[in-house]
Write a protein that binds this ligand. Structure first.
Ligand SMILES: Nc1ncnc2c1ncn2[C@@H]1O[C@H](COP(=O)(O)OP(=O)(O)OP(=O)(O)O)[C@@H](O)[C@H]1O
Ligand SMILES: [Mg+2]
Length: 237
C-alpha cells in the first residue's frame, strides 16, 4: 500500500479574504508507517487530515491511494474507499444518539455489508479480533450503553474502535488521545504501534510527545506548511 499527497492545498475565505489553511503539502506513507504530525492550534492539521481521509476535497493537488487519485473519483466511489480502506478518528467524534455504543462501533461494518443497523448484537457474536480490540481499549463493558452515558475519554476510545472495525489499510487519527489520561493514552499508542507492526499505516495528529517517540517519521505544521522533522530533533523533546 502506498498513500501519497502532492502539492495539496486548501483555500478558505474569511471575511472576504482568501487564505491557505494547507499549502503545498507533500507526503507519503507505506504500509506499516507510523507518522506523527504536530503543530500549533489553527495551523491546518485537521484540514489536512480531512483531505487525507477523503472527507474534504482539496483546492488543488491530489491524494493518491495505490494509484487511485481521489480527485478522479465520484463522491460515492470515494466514500466506498473511505469505508473499506481508511479509518478516521475525527477531532470531535459524532455518534448516533439512538444507537448503542456497539451499534455505533459496528456502523461502518453494516455500511460496508449493505445492511441496516442490526440491533441485539452482543460481544460474543463479534469476531475475536474485534472482541480483543474492545477489551484492549477497555470499553467492552460499555457496549450496551448509549453514547450520552459515556465520558469524553470513553467516547474517544469508542471512536478509535469504530475507525478500526473494517480493518483499514490506513488509520488517520486527529488528536485521538486528547481526552485520555496518561495511562489510557499509552494504551492507545501501544495499540497504534502494534497495528503499524501488522502493516496498518498510522497517520496521527497529536500534541503528545510520547507519540513522537514511537513514530517512524514526523512532521511539524506551520501556518499550513508540512515540514519534515529531523530525527535529531527528537533528542530535544
Ligand atoms: N470551513 C472553514 N472555513 C474557513 N476557515 C476554516 C474552516 N475550517 C478551518 N478553518 C480555519 O483554517 C485554519 C486551520 O484549521 P484547522 O482546524 O485545520 O487547525 P488545527 O491545526 O487542526 O488546529 P487545532 O490544533 O486547534 O485542532 C484555522 O485558522 C481555522 O480557523
Ligand atoms: Mg485540529
Amino acid at each position: 500500500m502506498i498513500f501519497s499527497i502532492s502539492n495539496l492545498r486548501k483555500k478558505f475565505t474569511r471575511r472576504g479574504v482568501d487564505f491557505d489553511a494547507v499549502l503545498d503539502a507533500d507526503f507519503f506513507a507505506w504500509s506499516g508507517d507510523f507518522i506523527v504530525i504536530t503543530g500549533e492550534s489553527g495551523c491546518g492539521k485537521s484540514t489536512l487530515l480531512s483531505m487525507l481521509a477523503g472527507l474534504a476535497r482539496p483546492s488543488s493537488g491530489d491524494v493518491i491511494l495505490d494509484g487511485e487519485k481521489f480527485g478522479d473519483l465520484s463522491d460515492e466511489e470515494l466514500s466506498q474507499i473511505r469505508n473499506r480502506r481508511i479509518g478516521y478518528v475525527p477531532q470531535n467524534a459524532l455518534f448516533f444518539p439512538q444507537y448503542t455504543v456497539l451499534e455505533n462501533v459496528l456502523f461502518p461494518k453494516f455500511l460496508r455489508d449493505g445492511k441496516s443497523v442490526q440491533q441485539d448484537v452482543a460481544l460474543k457474536d463479534l469476531d475475536s479480533d474485534l472482541q480483543t480490540l474492545l477489551k484492549d481499549l477497555g470499553i467492552s463493558d460499555l457496549l450496551e450503553e448509549y453514547p450520552a452515558n459515556l465520558s469524553g475519554g470513553e467516547l474517544q476510545k469508542a471512536s478509535i474502535a469504530r475507525a478500526l472495525v473494517n480493518n483499514p489499510s490506513i488509520l488517520i487519527a486527529d488528536e485521538p488521545t486528547s481526552s485520555l489520561d496518561e495511562k489510557n493514552a499509552r494504551l492507545v499508542l501501544k495499540l497504534f504501534s502494534h497495528l503499524a507492526s501488522t502493516g496498518t499505516a498510522i497517520i496521527m495528529v497529536t500534541h503528545d510527545d510520547m507519540a513522537l517517540k514511537r513514530a517512524d517519521r514526523s512532521y511539524i505544521m506551520q501556518r499550513g506548511q508540512l515540514i519534515p522533522r529531523e530525527v535529531s530533533d527528537y533528542g530535544n523533546l
